[in-house]
Design a protein. Structure first.
Length: 238
């Protein structure tokens, strides 16, 4: 599994038809999981929302998946801390607290900084060229106010860098942290976009110079800077 794009607000339940793929009557197990995860992260199923048996059955009928497949996806989402399960209440979308956000971002800063450090000595020239190109595309997206596209480029940048660390366990832990929290709106991302692009350019310069320690330091600062802004954003909404 790759990193989830940080903005999923354009997701709509109507996209279920796209997920059906080649078969009009069935949907892959992984696609059920992705669909439900995106529905939660984008706010279609808001924090505290209870997924009733009736709703699970209706969803299964819509996508051509039986209840067992949907339950398996919900169990996976519980390991991502996106839903809570109680025997007498069923599945409920988790309620995010600021302390959860702080914990996730502090762990991200440590793990992603370490991955960036490792990657510096392992990136191929082709991967370095890709990171440079992504930085250039970010600048263009910023200039054109294409914030959703900028978010996708951001994801690609980080995914390329962390995969190059060639540490599967570390990468899996990073993915779980990325995919285990609710994401900000386009308005928040737009406000932070100029600083984010600048920070990615600084990360790339350290990578280009194969300076692992500096790369680690800048990535940590980048993530903790985002945390400060997110704390202010979410404190008004949680």
């Amino acid at each position: 599994m790759g990193l989830l794009e940080k903005y999923t607000g354009q997701f709509s339940p109507d996209t279920v038809d796209v997920l059906k793929g080649k078969s009009p009557n069935a949907i892959k197990d992984e696609e059920v999981y992705i669909y439900l995860r995106n529905a939660i992260l984008s706010g279609v199923f808001p924090p505290g929302y209870r997924l009733s048996e009736t709703e699970i059955a209706d969803f299964g009928e819509r996508v051509g998946a039986d209840k067992a497949v949907i339950r398996e996806a919900l169990v996976r989402l519980s390991t991502d801390n996106l839903v809570q399960h109680k025997a007498d209440e069923g599945f409920t979308v988790s309620v995010l607290k600021l302390d959860d956000l702080r914990e996730i971002y502090h762990l991200r800063s440590i793990l992603e900084g370490a991955a960036g450090n490792l990657a510096c000595s392992r990136l191929t020239q082709e991967e370095i060229d890709k990171l440079e190109n992504l930085c250039q595309q970010m600048e263009k997206s910023l200039a054109n106010n294409e914030i959703a596209q900028l978010s996708l480029l951001n994801t690609d940048f980080h995914q390329t860098l962390y995969a190059a660390a060639n540490s599967p366990r570390l990468y899996r832990m990073i993915v779980q942290l990325w995919n285990g929290f609710f994401h900000a709106s386009l308005s928040f991302l737009a406000d932070r976009a100029p600083l984010s692009v600048k920070e990615h350019k600084a990360i790339f310069e350290a990578i280009k110079n194969r300076d692992g320690e500096k790369t680690e330091k800048i990535i940590k600062e980048h993530i903790l800077s985002a945390l400060e802004d997110l704390e202010e954003y979410w404190s008004k909404r949680l």
